[in-house]
Design a protein around this ligand. Structure first.
Ligand code: C2E
Ligand code: MG
Ligand code: MG
Ligand code: MG
Length: 290
């Protein structure tokens, strides 16, 4: 701490802009060490099938338990990790942990699929496909149970991304496009990529004045996805009215606080057990959620 204090005094005296740099460099160094230091935490959120009204998949969402700053959300460190390249090591650890956690979880139609978010920087890393292959092998997962979520904001028609997606598709893993509707993908781009799932961005589930227009967009996405043989997951479902709308619009699955907020693995496991037990006892369809 002496060196840090001294450094801070120095920059405060001579050049305030360096103080920012000092803090930024320290943050980047901590981030580079975070995976190795065991500071990454995964939270899990269920993905609920409309047809079965039951949890069929789970999404892993990373957090960083920072030694002094507390639990950091992805928006507070993923952009930096993408810029510095730390995302490659972080992402590899997330992938292994998500697979190892998820192999013990089952729903009504068998083991849960596990969704893992992937950044463009990971996708084009030369070791990524091997990392994915070893995850599938080491945890004896049927490859289609692993769902890689890429965002629509990635440059989806870049050759490097296309090559990576083709290699992943050849492995048999499932590929989802996340935050759909917020980017600028031409429909023709979607058609030529090996995609399986479209996740409609939560911004289309508004309850305000733009509701009718947003609902029209959701209906259009569902219809387009159906024609392209893609499954549709809607994220950000907080209210029962939104769930009802999505059912009538023909979405395949829903995700959001209405079902469960992202929670640590043990809590998610208990929630799943309880949900499964309730369903078995009742022998009918219980309402999942509050
Ligand atoms: P995403 O993949 O689109 O994840 C959905 C985000 O919406 C999550 O935020 C989740 O907590 C939040 N959410 C879930 N249900 C609701 C709801 O009903 N209402 C609202 N308002 N929000 C809801 P989170 O966990 O902060 O993650 C933000 C983003 O960070 C993710 O968006 C994803 O793009 C990225 N991310 C998360 N984990 C990873 C990871 O392991 N690797 C990479 N590369 N990116 C990640
Ligand atoms: Mg996602
Ligand atoms: Mg999303
Ligand atoms: Mg997102």
């Amino acid at each position: 701490y002496a060196a840090k204090a001294k450094g801070k005094n120095r920059v405060q005296m001579y050049d305030p802009s360096l103080l920012q740099d000092d803090g930024r460099l320290q943050f980047e160094a901590e981030l580079a060490a975070a995976a190795g230091a065991g500071e990454l935490v995964l939270h899990y959120q269920p993905i609920v099938s409309v047809r079965e009204d039951w949890c069929v998949a789970v999404e892993s969402l990373v957090r960083w338990q920072h030694p002094t700053r507390g639990l950091l959300q992805p928006s507070e460190f993923i952009p930096t990790a993408e810029r510095t390249g730390a995302i490659v090591a972080i992402g590899a650890q997330v992938l292994r942990r998500a697979c190892s956690d998820a192999v013990s979880w089952s729903g009504p139609s068998g083991p849960l699929a596990v969704h893992v978010n992937v950044s463009a920087a990971q996708l084009i890393d030369q070791d990524f496909v091997a990392t994915v292959r070893s995850c599938v092998t080491d945890f004896a997962m049927p490859p289609d149970r692993l769902v890689l979520e890429i965002t629509e904001s990635m440059v989806l028609d870049s050759p490097a991304i296309r090559t990576a997606l083709a290699a992943l598709a050849a492995l048999g893993v499932t590929i989802a496009i996340d935050d759909f509707g917020t980017g600028y993908s031409a429909l023709s781009t979607l058609r030529t990529l090996p995609l399986d799932i479209v996740k409609i961005d939560k911004s289309f589930l508004s309850t305000g004045p733009s509701r009718a227009a947003d609902q029209a967009v959701v209906e259009a996405i569902v219809q387009m996805a159906g024609r392209l043989k893609l499954k549709v997951v809607a994220e950000g479902v907080e209210r029962i009215e939104q769930l009802q709308f999505l059912r009538s619009a023909g979405a395949d699955a829903t995700q959001g606080y209405l079902h469960l907020c992202p929670t640590p693995a043990p809590e998610f496991g208990s929630w799943l057990e309880q949900t499964n037990a309730t369903r078995q006892e009742a022998g009918s369809v219980p309402r999942i959620g509050p």
